[in-house]
Design a protein around this ligand. Structure first.
Ligand code: ZN
Length: 262
């Protein structure tokens, strides 16, 4: 499932290609991917300019000229492609937004969705999310005040969207490998120095992943930004740890190195 680095990459690229553009066509092939009747969705979205595009946690929000917003969550298996009719991926398209002769295809939206909301509804839906880990206000002090008194396992806590937003199964593995902490360790067992390392690795891994465009497939034909991030541990069990050479293992949906993560 795409996490903060992938959704931030999508956000930046979408701003460049469709920011300020008018939606000239709407096709809904799967009504369950939206939250209102097709007719209402089309009426409120068609001929609207995209005023701005934002990301919060794993969501992307398209703000339309008329005040309505589209809230996108790709969930498991969802992705996007932008191109002409000839470049359309040979996959079933659930939702398509057109911009003249180019189209933004939403693919694999089974659990994922593109919902139409007012800004108030968006605020209400997202208000329970924890802080953005790369927000300049999310200082080491702010991190300590949240993590100091928690008791859960490290990986589970990192993935809890109400504690911290945007990190999922993939980057929690990567972060814990980076700070050499075992994913099953409990937060309350950590020394303050361990928490400092964890904070640093959250920043480093998310920044690194964003610099390399996360792990998703390209958004459009000449997209050289998306998908350059190479995983240290997630999804590469059986390979050698790039730090100590020991074999990466997978247990209980966690990927880690038994040798150098304690
Ligand atoms: Zn190792």
């Amino acid at each position: 499932m795409p996490e903060l680095p992938e959704m931030e990459t999508y956000k930046v690229l979408l701003e460049q290609i469709i920011g300020g553009q008018m939606i000239t066509g709407v096709v809904i092939n799967r009504e369950k991917s939206i939250n209102v009747p097709i007719e209402e969705f089309t009426r409120k979205v068609l001929h609207q300019k995209i005023e701005s595009i934002e990301r919060r946690a794993k969501y992307v929000i398209f703000r339309l000229q008329n005040g309505f917003c589209l809230l996108l969550h790709l969930m498991l298996g969802g992705w996007m492609y932008y191109g002409t009719k000839e470049e359309q991926p040979d996959r079933s398209i659930q939702v398509q937004l057109s911009f003249q002769d180019h189209h933004l295809y939403f693919i694999g939206l089974r659990l994922g969705y593109l919902h139409l909301h007012t800004p108030e509804m968006i605020w209400r839906k997202l208000q329970h999310l924890g802080p953005e880990p790369l927000d300049p206000n999310f200082s080491l002090d702010a991190f300590f005040s949240i993590f100091q008194n928690r008791r859960g396992g490290l990986k589970t806590t990192l993935m809890n969207q109400e504690v911290l937003s945007g990190i999922g199964s993939r980057y929690s593995d990567e972060i814990l490998w980076h700070c050499q902490l075992h994913p099953k360790r409990r937060i309350n067992e950590l020394e303050p120095s361990g928490l400092v390392r964890l904070y640093g690795s959250i920043q480093s891994i998310l920044q690194l992943a964003m610099q390399h465009g996360g792990y998703m497939d390209p958004l459009y034909r000449d997209d050289h930004k998306t998908g350059g991030y190479q995983m240290f541990v997630h999804g590469v069990e059986g390979k050698n740890c790039s730090r100590c050479g020991n074999m990466i293992v997978k247990a209980d949906k966690m990927y880690f190195c038994q040798q150098c993560q304690l």
